[in-house]
Design a protein around this ligand. Structure first.
Ligand code: SF4
Length: 352
């Protein structure tokens, strides 16, 4: 066995903030035996800090309107050929009902940055979900006004998902048309201050990104002590400036997830739909590399194909309820069970 791999793993496990060169080393390993050692270490770490469990989060993508123009995104503002939709209050609550009926205890309300849903509308949805279903609520609405985060938290939102995408400020500005990484991190910090359980994460395989950048992404996640961190492979979306850029490498994505598990310990890490899109067994492979969350979409079938942030998104035409038996069987084939609780942050004292 290559001792350097073992040493890098052990040092990351021992340090609160990992050493960048150790992460870079693990991201660079090519030897099959070394890779197997890394993945096994990540599984053991997940089992130790998170249990042999996977949490389900049901996503409702309620609007594909977006005021932003991220150059990689299939629903960016300037992509004219997107058939835009907005779900009504009743349609959103109907989708949440299907999440509740499926026994899933977290709803993720996701949209582009769409100010049509103002502070009051989102508050009304949050209150209705809490009163009628009692589910945990994650918001994933992009950057909004600080006062809105505040109001939604007071109305019962539990978590906020805001990916940093890349810890490299130059690449961040290139992807987001001159916007600053600093601003994104300011929002993340404020959300944390308000008591949200916060999720963030990167995209793997974007232009100009190096292994050192990915290592920085993981270190940023440790510094923010994230409750959830997502490491998604880039998949091109036709008709965008990155439409011809090559898709991310699955193995690098898995190595990133495994190294992140070692560094982040009890942070929730999803096996993403993007990973399942790139590889038919992507979800299983992600779980076998230390992931402990899966986020199926419960967006109504009539509009689900319109929320195509990248091409050929997995399970886009299927009805969520019909997908559940297949999804559960796939998860359980990885020697883990499905957790039936709310799946709150493992960094908090138990919340009932
Ligand atoms: S990534 Fe998000 S914020 Fe950017 S264009 Fe797409 S939906 Fe909008």
């Amino acid at each position: 066995m290559n001792m350097t791999t073992e040493q890098a793993i052990n040092r990351i496990l021992e340090n609160q903030i990992p050493v960048k060169s150790d992460i870079e080393y693990l991201l660079s390993i090519e030897d099959k035996e070394d890779i197997a050692i890394l993945f096994e270490a990540a599984r053991v770490c997940r089992d130790q800090y998170c249990g042999k469990k996977v949490h389900l989060r049901g996503i409702v993508e309620f609007s594909n309107y977006c005021s932003q123009d991220c150059i990689y995104c299939g629903i960016r503002k300037s992509k004219d050929e997107v058939a835009r939709y907005r779900l009504s209050f009743e349609e959103i609550i109907g989708a949440v009902q299907t999440i509740y009926d499926a026994g899933v205890k977290t709803v993720v309300l996701q949209s582009g940055e769409d100010p049509y849903y103002d502070t009051g509308m989102i508050s009304k949805i949050i209150k209705e979900i809490k009163i009628s279903f009692g589910l945990a609520i994650t918001l994933s609405l992009g950057e909004r006004e600080f006062i809105e985060y505040d109001v939604w938290r007071q109305n019962g939102a539990d978590r906020y998902l805001l990916k940093h995408e890349t810890a490299n400020p130059k690449i961040y500005s290139a992807l987001h048309r001159g916007q600053q990484l600093e601003q994104r991190l300011e929002h993340l910090g404020y959300l944390q201050q308000l008591g949200y359980q916060i999720g963030s994460g990167n995209i793997i395989g974007i232009p100009e990104q190096t292994l050192a950048d990915i290592a920085d992404d993981i270190i940023l996640c440790t510094k923010y002590e994230l409750d959830m961190a997502s490491f998604s492979p880039f998949i091109p979306a036709a008709g965008t400036p990155l439409g011809d850029w090559e898709k991310a490498n699955v193995l690098l994505t898995l190595k990133t997830m495994a190294a992140a598990r070692l560094a982040l310990k009890n942070t929730h890490i999803p096996a993403t739909t993007a990973l399942a899109t790139l590889d038919a067994r992507g979800r299983e492979k992600g779980i076998l590399c230390g992931a402990n969350v899966v986020m199926p979409s419960f967006t109504p079938a009539a509009v689900k194909p319109k929320y195509e942030i990248y091409d050929n998104k997995r399970c886009i035409t299927e009805d969520a309820a019909a997908c559940m038996p297949c999804l559960k069987a796939r998860i359980e084939s990885c020697n883990v069970s499905i957790d039936e609780g709310f799946g709150h942050s493992l960094k908090l004292a138990p919340i009932c």
